[in-house]
Design a protein around this ligand. Sequence first.
Ligand code: G4P
Ligand code: NA
Ligand code: NA
Length: 194
Amino acid sequence: MSYLKEKILKDGVVLDGNVLKVDSFLNHQIDPVVLKEISNEFIEYFKDKEITKVMTIEASGIAPAILVASHLNIPMLFAKKTEPSTLSNEDQFSTNVHSYTKNKTSRVLVSKQYLTPDDKVLIIDDFLANGEAALGLIDLVEQAKAEVVGVGICVEKSFQPGRAKIEDKGVDIFSICRIASLENNKITFVEDEH
Ligand code: G4P
Ligand code: NA
Ligand code: NA
């Protein structure tokens, strides 16, 4: 069993509303052993792809994304959720990301300077639920006329529609952990169902 799965079973806390709290090793305090294992799995899966940039969205995607980028020796770019005063509208690509969890739509953006048509982008995020964050990142890459090489997810909530939305776009998606259910406070992984 992967170390991430072990940690989820041991230290993950299921909250109301099908939410998995992983604050002790991924979303607040961060366990570098888990992160190294996660990044090694992403590297192994995407090893045959030519990648020029790793991309994520702040805040929780940054930790796994920087490890992958560091391994590949390429830059990591994170989409910002707040507008920097130093970046004018015409110098940015932006898109709207709707969070069903928070019932809120927010604008996320990157500088046009850091996303160009020759980029081959690997998108990394900590969670995939409804897929809105990942779709927003794909949209930013498409606006730059760059290429999405794939999407790598640490924890996929497979009972939510995110994976299907990404597959519909023809994008290769790889998730390290796939959670089939959080019903009755019990964590079931996709491959352990039956
Ligand atoms: P979506 O992007 O897949 O559509 O996700 P959704 O709107 O449902 O979730 C909004 C936020 O909540 C995202 O983080 C997402 O990573 C996170 N999230 C979704 N489900 C879970 C869960 O079960 N457990 C945990 N720990 N997080 C979950 P965010 O608020 O955009 O940003 P940040 O936390 O990275 O700053
Ligand atoms: Na996230
Ligand atoms: Na998060």
